[in-house]
Design a protein around this ligand. Structure first.
Ligand code: ZN
Length: 112
């Protein structure tokens, strides 16, 4: 990753912000962030881990099964858990929206 400002490839790691690696350009001092890529494990492995977790397996068992460290598994599940929480609240909203939609469609039909 080169500096987006001066295109220099020399940089120093400058902490992690919001899941992104922050770099500081050594030449112009510009701070820029790069999305942290999970090069080690693909999304499908993570999905498998979640499935196994939902099957009732522990972090260590999942780790052994998938050949990854249970610490990684724990991190993924935790992240998924947060995602699921978000999903839950989103679902609640969409249910309300659907009900309103239903009412709207009902009214429209009535008038036609
Ligand atoms: Zn620069």
């Amino acid at each position: 990753m080169n500096c987006p400002k001066c295109n220099s490839s020399s940089h120093k790691k400058n902490g992690i912000v919001g899941g992104r690696q922050r770099y500081k350009c050594s030449d112009c001092g510009y701070n820029y962030t790069v999305e942290l890529k999970s090069t080690a494990f693909s999304a499908s492995v993570k999905r498998q881990a979640l499935q196994l977790y939902l099957e009732g397996l522990g972090f260590r068992s999942i780790g052994r099964f998938l050949g990854v460290s249970h610490v990684s598994v724990q991190k993924w599940i935790k992240k998924f858990g947060q995602g699921l929480e978000d999903l839950k609240s989103e679902n609640e909203i969409s249910v309300v929206e659907m009900d309103e939609m239903h009412t709207y469609i009902g009214i429209k039909k009535w008038h036609c």
